[in-house]
Design a protein around this ligand. Structure first.
Ligand code: ZN
Ligand code: MN
Length: 142
């Protein structure tokens, strides 16, 4: 079962209302690899459902977040961004010029976590690891 079907089933099981708009929001959240903000999702939804309100988008994201099924990346100066494909802690690579966010494939994170646990005795529940820089496309356009 893919992420989209899984989430639709979970909402149904919990007796949440399933509307076409809500399904469209779930589709974007679970298929997009661009870590969209609520505004980006709203812009996409409006094309298909012109009468959707921003509140609908926001509330649906909040609901999915409550279920622990979306990872929220908070930024103090920019809109929060969402990863509905990988709702667990993982590192991100962020272009400070075009604001694109990527999921790098790194083997070293597990190792790093083990090292931290060994060093401090902490029980680690989650982490946040962001790398900021300029993506190759933006480097070319400078
Ligand atoms: Zn860029
Ligand atoms: Mn991600």
């Amino acid at each position: 079962m893919d992420r989209y079907d899984y989430l639709v089933n979970r909402l149904k099981e919990l007796n949440h209302r399933i509307t076409p708009q809500r399904l469209a929001i779930l589709k974007i959240l679970t298929s997009s690899d661009s870590h969209p903000s609520a505004e980006m999702i709203y812009d996409q939804i409006k094309a298909e459902f012109p009468f959707t309100s921003f509140a609908t988008v926001y509330k649906t994201i909040a609901l999915i977040k409550e279920l622990g099924e979306v990872l929220e990346l908070e930024f103090s100066n920019d809109s929060n961004r969402y990863d509905g494909r990988r709702p667990y802690s993982h590192p991100h690579l962020i272009c400070t010029s075009c604001k694109k966010i990527l999921d790098p494939d790194l083997d070293s994170v597990n190792h790093l976590q083990k090292e931290i646990v060994k060093e401090t005795g902490f029980t680690v529940t989650n982490h946040r690891l962001d790398f900021f820089g300029i993506c190759p496309e933006c480097q070319k356009n400078r």
